[in-house]
Design a protein around this ligand. Structure first.
Ligand SMILES: [Zn+2]
Length: 499
């Protein structure tokens, strides 16, 4: 089926989007949720398993206290109320990567409820209401082999690895988010970014989307202005912050084209494809009754001591929003400038570059200039560009020491991004150092003066602006490896003119 998608501007002029996000975060506890198996990423398949996480008959789960503490801290950081008493529930469904044939989760008694997270989008604060934060266990991983796509279709064998089964998983569910209009895709991205930063600050997960320790499902629906909310779809497989934004946008366009043609939206899960940027249907969505939830009989209820919760609250670290405000002040940035730093995903990078010994202004210049440009060109996140804060600080150090001029520094930085080594190594290997040997420069200047007598006379007669032509001439013979300011002074000196 080929349909031409409507233009985004037209879609948001005619329809109102409502989005919602369900985010799963694998906690970085040392052991799994219900047993003592280790949780680190990688490892030979099925080597980090025991009777409990394999769901063998007669084995009994015991809740991991570190995971309970972590989720309470997440809930507190998200301004939630912490339940004084709650239970785990069995969510029944059959899938080969789930050895027990049920998942221990939470249903009508989540541990954290009714919170919010404020995010900044386009200079405005948008409050995202959090419905619940609950604790469950991760599933194993199924690998389909023999097919061309790695999916079950066309595969000859399916392999299951239970190393991940039973790793504590926190699910954070927002309330529906209406009223964001054309900004809906950006709001979704800003929320996941902020949530990731909050959780990273708490130190309870490494929140790496590419390794799957932070996974996001995006709900999207469209309705006509003033009408009831539309039927929503749930987009899975969204593996990067950029994809969160793209997935919402793509689903808005697809739904609009269905609605425009008089069709109806099917409630279903959809898969997002990184390569094409569009979604395809998955299974039609189960409702809660299909899961036959009931209280987990093998676990005691959780009743966190209010004094302990208060202690955890008092010990929360400075959260990203507060931290950013402090940095903005320290760096002396306007709201607008800070916003561009945020949009570029450069806060932590600049902070680390400053910590490595450079000024905020210089750090900002490199990360928002050359490096952001390269990141955009190659479609990667700034943090993945290949240059580290320490390298950027080193580069600026070479500029400050007069060894590199601005143009050469940019060339060196290209080399850093291309993996040629440290700035100092690249400068040496490429022979890029500024010619600071005044003897050699003087010779080049005298040659330029001799070759351009008319210009020299002009300068001598007081038209100092003409010096630019001689600077250009010497730059040519020194292949750009002179410092323009030094050169200008030297030329004037040789001509006996006051700068
Ligand atoms: Zn185990």
């Amino acid at each position: 089926m080929t349909t031409t998608l409507p233009a985004y501007d037209e879609v948001v002029a005619r329809y109102e989007p409502v989005i919602g996000l369900e985010t799963h975060v694998e906690l970085g506890t040392n052991t799994k949720m219900w047993c003592g198996c280790p949780t680190d990423f990688g490892g030979e398949p099925n080597t980090r398993v025991c009777p409990v996480c394999l769901g063998l008959p007669g084995s009994l789960p015991v809740a991991n206290k570190a995971a309970i503490e972590a989720i309470i801290r997440i809930g507190l950081a998200l301004n939630c109320s912490i339940a004084e008493w709650c239970r785990f529930a069995r969510k029944n469904y059959f899938y080969p990567d789930m050895p027990k044939n049920f998942q221990i989760s939470q249903y009508d008694e989540p541990i954290c409820v009714d919170g919010y997270l404020d995010v900044e989008v386009g200079g405005e604060t948008v409050r995202i209401e959090i419905e619940r934060v609950h604790l469950e266990e991760d599933t194993g991983k199924t690998l389909h082999v023999g097919g061309a796509t790695g999916r079950i279709h066309g595969a000859t064998e399916s392999l299951v690895d239970y190393n991940r089964a039973g790793i504590p998983l926190v699910e954070i569910v927002t309330k529906p988010i209406p009223g964001t209009g054309a900004l809906a895709p950006e709001v979704a991205r800003a929320y996941v970014t902020e949530l990731r930063d909050v959780i990273r600050t708490l130190g309870v997960s490494d929140v790496r989307m590419e390794e799957g320790s932070l996974r996001c499902d995006v709900n999207t629906s469209l309705n006509l202005p003033g009408a009831e909310w539309g039927t929503r779809t749930e987009t899975k497989n969204v593996n990067s912050l950029r994809s969160v934004e793209r997935a919402v946008r793509s689903e808005m366009l697809r739904q609009a084209s269905v609605l425009d043609a008089g069709g109806r939206i099917t409630q279903e899960t959809r898969h997002f494809h990184e390569d094409t940027g569009d979604t395809t249907p998955g299974r039609s969505k189960e409702t809660a009754t299909d899961y036959r939830y009931f209280p987990e009989p093998d676990l005691v209820p959780i009743a966190p001591d209010p004094a302990w919760v208060a202690e955890l609250k008092a010990a929360l670290p400075e959260l990203p929003r507060v931290h950013r405000r402090r940095l903005q002040q320290q760096w002396g940035l306007s709201d607008l400038d800070m916003q561009s730093v945020l949009n570029a995903g450069a806060v932590e990078l600049i902070e680390a570059t400053v910590a490595a010994g450079t000024t905020p202004a210089a750090a900002r210049k490199w990360w928002l200039g050359e490096l952001s440009r390269r990141a955009n060109e190659s479609g990667v996140e700034l943090a993945e560009i290949g240059a580290t804060p320490a390298q950027v600080a080193e580069l600026q150090g070479l500029v400050d020491a007069g060894k590199l001029n601005d143009k050469m520094a940019r060339t060196v930085l290209e080399g850093v991004v291309d993996g040629e080594g440290s700035p100092t190594e690249i400068m040496t290997n490429r022979g890029l150092e500024v010619v600071s040997d005044t003897g050699a420069l003087t010779v080049a200047v005298d040659e330029a003066i001799a070759a351009n007598p008319a210009i020299a006379d002009k300068i001598r007669s007081g038209k100092v602006a003409a010096v630019g032509a001689l600077v250009g001439a010497v730059m040519k013979t020194t292949r750009g490896q002179a410092d323009a300011k030094t050169l200008r002074e030297l030329i004037l000196e040789r001509l006996g003119v006051q700068g």
